[in-house]
Each structure stands twice: as structure tokens, then as C-alpha cells.
Design a binder for this molecule. Structure first.
Ligand code: HEC
Length: 111
């Protein structure tokens, strides 16, 4: 009779542990997924490298060198949103939030 009691106690203990482990996992996963922030670098590498190059100085299709550009961020947002000469507008491709993020990223290319 005593053995059964010990076994039951053990089983409850193991059960409780596995429960709390499962609970931990469930709690941490959603927070990891809730993190995605607009990533300007990723947007740049997707949409801009074809003309401006990875470091901003490729200059394909007459693209301005973003390393030497002195354009303030508001003007960059304007160029990216509405385009300029050979540069295509991005207002239909990117949300204003993404345009701002990528404009801010281009500032980091400056030497
Ligand atoms: C089709 C090629 C092309 C693509 C793609 C492109 N650009 Fe451009 N970009 C240009 C050209 C060409 C110019 C110069 C426009 C001019 O002559 O007025 C330019 C100019 C700019 C300028 C202005 C620089 C200055 O000093 O005046 C910024 C900022 C800029 N691009 C950022 C971006 C960003 C950010 C992306 C991606 C979202 C992007 N470009 C994608 C071709 C491109």
C-alpha cells in the first residue's frame, strides 16, 4: 500500500514538472514572434541594392551614391516615396513606415 502511495506521489510530481515546462514554452514563443520591427536593412537589400548596391555606391542606372549623399532624412523619404528621374517610386510597394525605416538605413551607409 505504501509503494502505491509513493508511486502516485512520483507520478504527480513528474506530471507537474512536464506541465510547467509546457507552460514555459507556450509563454515564450508568442513574445519572440511579437518582436518583428520594420527592418530598414532588409528592405534596402530587397529593393534598393539593384541600383544603389549593397554599400550604396554602385550607381547603376545613374543612382546617386548614398555614401556621399547629404540629403536629410525627410528628403530621402520624399525621393523613395515619389521617385526621382530613373529611380522608381516606392509608395505602392512599401508602407510609409517601411519607407521611413529604409530612409534611416540609407543614412547609416554614409562614410
Ligand atoms: C531603378 C534603380 C533604383 C532603385 C531600385 C532605387 N534607386 Fe534610389 N536612386 C536611383 C537614381 C537613378 C537616383 C538619382 C535620381 C536623380 O538623378 O535625381 C536615386 C536617388 C536616390 C536618393 C537620393 C540621393 C541624393 O543624394 O539625392 C535616395 C535617398 C535613394 N535613391 C534611396 C533609395 C532607396 C532607399 C531605395 C530602395 C527603397 C532606392 N533608392 C532604390 C535609382 C534607384
Amino acid at each position: 500500500m505504501k509503494k502505491i502511495f509513493v508511486f502516485a506521489l512520483l507520478a504527480t510530481f513528474v506530471y507537474a514538472c512536464s506541465q510547467s515546462e509546457g507552460g514555459d514554452k507556450g509563454g515564450s514563443e508568442p513574445t519572440a514572434e511579437a518582436a518583428p520591427k520594420v527592418d530598414g536593412e532588409k528592405i534596402y537589400k530587397t529593393y534598393c541594392v539593384t541600383c544603389h548596391g549593397l554599400y550604396g555606391d554602385m550607381g547603376a542606372s545613374g543612382a546617386f551614391n548614398l555614401q556621399t549623399s547629404t540629403l536629410p532624412v525627410e528628403e530621402r523619404i520624399n525621393v523613395i516615396t515619389n521617385g526621382r528621374k530613373a529611380m522608381t517610386p516606392f509608395k505602392d510597394l512599401l508602407t510609409p513606415e517601411k519607407i521611413k525605416a529604409v530612409a534611416e538605413y540609407t543614412l547609416t551607409l554614409k562614410k
